[in-house]
Design a protein around this ligand. Sequence first.
Ligand code: ATP
Ligand code: MG
Length: 141
Amino acid sequence: MFQNILLAFDGSESAHKAAHLAAGISRCSLSPVILRVVVAYDPLPAYLGEPNLQKAIDERMKEAETVMEQALKAIGETPAEIHTEILEGPAADAILRVAETRGSDLIVMGSRGLGQIGSLLLGSQSQKVVNHAPCPVLIAR
Ligand code: ATP
Ligand code: MG
């Protein structure tokens, strides 16, 4: 049913649950599936200037690559074609941009992420994606 799935992953417990769900859906599909994993890193202020700006970007990229490796591990074996995208955030904007430009037909993400405000039912990024997504959104809890 879903052939172009976007998984948003930040390394959190909820995101791991989302990865398992997305992988499960991809394994059940009778048609070929593209599973696109998106990891966003926080935008950097331009006032850092060179060479500090480039150094900071390299560090963020390295961290994001580690998070991406965790995502691939959580997905495990799947017949889906895996695509990976590491983008500058804010996360919800990056997720929505990818969903629109790549024509995703399902976004899978966690209810919460790495944020500290435990009382929220939905984190700010999942809330924004649910409000603006061009396709169905599956929230993992
Ligand atoms: P907040 O960020 O508002 O303090 P939070 O961190 O608990 O709250 P969100 O950031 O909305 O909650 O995270 C919810 C889900 O959004 C995560 O489980 C993940 O699927 C996705 N997400 C969050 N941050 C990123 C990111 N940097 N890259 C990719 N996906 C992300
Ligand atoms: Mg967050």
